[in-house]
Design a protein around this ligand. Structure first.
Ligand code: FES
Length: 213
């Protein structure tokens, strides 16, 4: 098995070398041939990425397909291909492919959903802040249950992630002016008409996913 992996790695290295040489030659071409060749390269890559994305999406829609995908990603050649197209994280070594594969980037997320922290990264009773493009989210694990709210206090909209959590009372107190909220429902206990804005979440393969508005 180790010998097979070494052989595949050697093949990948040889192919990568050929690609490097070809790219260097293209870069040395005169214009407009150089631009055209680079355009051709990027069009072919986009074509491959589109096909790969469809294959991966299709496989992920089925439990057995997901398993096969994980097995495939153990192959260094397939892993390199996925990494080239941003389908797996490249900061993880291939031996941890199964974990690295979980996020699949935003590429394979349903529209409107973003990856949040792994459940294992959440500490009971400690607010976790997740900054997305258009919003900041407060994720809170309390008594084993995970809830998420827009990270804006219902009083003046200031961030709540530095708030104090009372585990027994199941509350979070805003660090700015002391408004208290039910940490499970977001209901304000200081000013009953106020309320934290709940953010939808789901747990996929041990990771919190957040519906980004
Ligand atoms: S902003 Fe939170 S209590 Fe004022």
């Amino acid at each position: 098995m180790a010998a097979a992996v070494e052989e595949i790695s050697a093949q990948i290295d040889a192919l990568a070398e050929r690609v490097d040489e070809a790219v260097t030659e293209v870069r040395n071409l005169e214009e407009p041939a150089r631009t055209r060749a680079l355009e051709l390269k990027s069009v072919i890559e986009a074509f491959h990425k589109d096909g790969l994305t469809r294959i991966v999406r299709h496989l992920r829609a089925d439990a057995r397909g997901k398993e096969l995908l994980m097995e495939l990603a153990e192959d260094p050649s397939v892993y390199t291909l996925f990494a080239m197209h941003g389908i797996v994280r490249t900061d993880e070594p291939p031996a941890r492919t199964k974990e690295a594969f979980v996020p699949l980037g935003d590429l394979l997320m349903p529209p409107g959903w973003k990856n949040g922290p792994l459940l294992s990264e959440l500490t009971e009773g400690k607010p976790h802040r997740l900054d997305l493009d258009k919003m900041s989210v407060l994720i809170l694990k309390l008594n084993g249950k995970v809830n998420a709210f827009r990270n804006e206090c219902a009083h003046q909209g200031l961030p709540l992630d530095g708030g104090m959590v009372d585990h027994e009372a199941c509350t979070i107190t805003c660090p700015w002016h002391g408004f208290r909220f039910d940490a499970a429902t977001g209901e304000c206990l200081t000013a009953p008409q106020a309320q934290l804005e709940r953010v939808d979440i789901k747990i996929e393969q041990g990771r919190v996913q957040v519906r980004a508005l």
